[in-house]
Write a protein that binds this ligand. Structure first.
Ligand SMILES: C[S@@+](CC[C@H](N)C(=O)[O-])C[C@H]1O[C@@H](n2cnc3c(N)ncnc32)[C@H](O)[C@@H]1O
Ligand code: SF4
Length: 451
């Protein structure tokens, strides 16, 4: 049987499984475990250990049809300015609970489109964050940037606040594909943005691409890949298009008849991976590429790669505190998600409450499974020795699931006393294999496709 037929028979095209940027995944979070867990976990943070901070900006000037992110369109800055005021209040509430003088090792602004903020709001937000959290000497500050909604003044403001990494949205450069996803973005505009970022001293640039978009063909993809490589990014994220119109209603504007079929989609991912590896990038986890001297590639080679809500990272801060509507905090004892809709988030903050609306408190078994799934997503292997050193006898609860994975995926998975390892040919099945270790997989949630 051809390799692709074998992967298909094992569920590559039919399975719908999480992307495991957390375990358990957000659909498992419960309303009764929101604010109270957040209050406790914030108060219990270790004052000597730096935290990571995530800020969600749920606004865009345009709403691209393919986008599944939590955001809303606005042509006016007044709701954005009001939202910055709410973030300031939320930061002030949190500062009254956390240990004083907490340091910040990482800061990420995501969205939506953080670059919708004009320079004065960039400075206002940065000041409010740094009043609560003191950056460490080697802190990293990354920002998601829409090249069509940024200019030199905004870039200078971000650079002055310490931005060290920029993540630019590209998706695809082909005009037909861009038309079909409601996102016009000429190559020259993107190139100018990259030049402005480099001129402002930003040394690390990530480019987001998506395969599986309407009208993508190998010829069009080739052109996009050449254009992307001409911009010399340091990292590339190559996401499979998650078509989830029941969740992201704007995707209903996408004509499903124009989406590439299963095998074409698989071939597009392979074509892009080959081009990046030929250009000297190292493949990282299931969907990232990085220059070999990039910290992500170095971490991947030494099994130090981690996974969080922003995808792959070298961040080892044990707590990530999320601010803004829908943002998720990860604490040593569990996850808490802020109210997802902006009005509900604003209402909570204005009532003087914490914004956490749902969450999940981790048991020891959850921590064990979370680490095992993270190992699969990052290293394509479960290091059973490391798990038994960390979790002792508890690690034996994984045994039936490891056996199940070995039986289900045959020689694409090796299982012995030391490791469960995915064979390189089986890597397209990584999310599916990880899902075998998921004890919370909700029956009713509809995830995106496994490939
Ligand atoms: C929150 S968006 C921010 C990007 C920024 N606003 C821009 O447009 O350039 C982050 C990334 O998520 C990815 N993304 C959004 N919706 C997606 C989907 N349905 N499937 C796969 N990736 C998606 C895109 O690559 C996008 O650049
Ligand atoms: S891709 Fe970026 S600009 Fe487009 S809707 Fe999503 S967050 Fe907004």
């Amino acid at each position: 049987m051809k390799q692709i037929d074998r992967l298909a028979a094992l569920g590559l095209f039919d399975s719908r499984v999480p992307r495991y940027t957390s375990y358990p995944t957000a659909p498992v979070f419960k309303p009764e475990t929101g604010e109270a867990l957040q209050q406790r976990q914030l108060a219990d943070l270790d004052p000597s250990v730096p935290v990571s901070v995530y800020i969600h900006i749920p606004f865009c000037e345009r709403l691209c049809w393919f986008c599944a992110c939590r955001t809303q369109g606005t042509q006016s800055l007044s709701p954005v300015e009001a939202y910055i005021g709410t973030l300031e209040q939320e930061l002030a509430h949190v500062s009254r609970i956390i240990p004083q003088g907490l340091r910040m090792g990482r800061l990420h602004w995501g969205g939506g489109t953080p670059t919708i903020l004009p320079p004065d709001l960039i400075h206002r937000l940065a000041k409010a964050i740094k009043t609560v959290f003191t950056p460490t000497d080697d802190w990293e500050f990354s920002v998601e940037i829409d090249p069509t909604l940024v200019d030199r003044d905004k870039i200078s403001a971000l650079a002055a606040e310490g931005m060290s990494r920029a993540s630019i949205g590209i998706q695809d450069f082909d005009p037909l594909v861009q038309d079909a996803i409601g996102r016009s973005q000429p190559y020259d505009v993107t190139k100018t943005c990259v030049e402005d970022l480099r001129a402002a001293g930003i040394t690390s640039l990530n480019a987001d691409l998506v395969y599986g978009l309407p009208h993508q063909t190998q010829a069009r993809m080739q052109d996009t890949l050449e254009k992307v490589l001409s911009l010399s990014p340091d990292r590339i994220a190559l996401f499979g298009y998650a078509h989830v119109p029941w969740m992201a209603k704007r995707q209903q504007l996408i004509d499903e008849a124009t989406l590439p079929g299963d095998r074409d989609r698989h071939a597009l991912a392979g074509q892009a991976a080959e081009a990046f590896e030929a250009a000297g990038f190292s493949a990282i986890g299931i969907d990232h590429f990085a220059r070999p001297d990039d910290s992500l590639a170095i971490a991947a080679h030494s099994a130090h790669l981690r996974r969080n809500f922003q995808g792959y990272t070298v961040d080892t801060c044990p707590a990530l505190i999320g601010f803004g509507a829908s943002s998720i905090s990860r604490f040593p004892g569990g996850y808490v998600q802020n109210a997802p809709a902006t009005p509900a988030y604003v209402k909570r903050v204005e009532e003087g409450r914490l914004a956490g609306a749902r969450g999940h408190e981790m048991t020891q078994e959850d921590l064990l499974r979370a680490r095992a799934i993270e190992m699969i997503m990052c290293d394509f292997r479960v290091d059973r020795k490391e798990l038994s050193l960390t979790f002792g006898n508890l690690s034996e609860v994984l045994e039936p699931d490891l056996l199940k994975a070995a039986a289900r995926f045959g020689d694409l998975v090796t299982l012995n006393n030391e490791v469960l390892e995915i064979h390189p040919d089986g890597r397209p099945l990584t999310r599916l294999i990880a899902s075998v270790l998921d004890a919370h997989m909700p029956a009713e949630a509809r995830f995106s496709r496994a490939s």
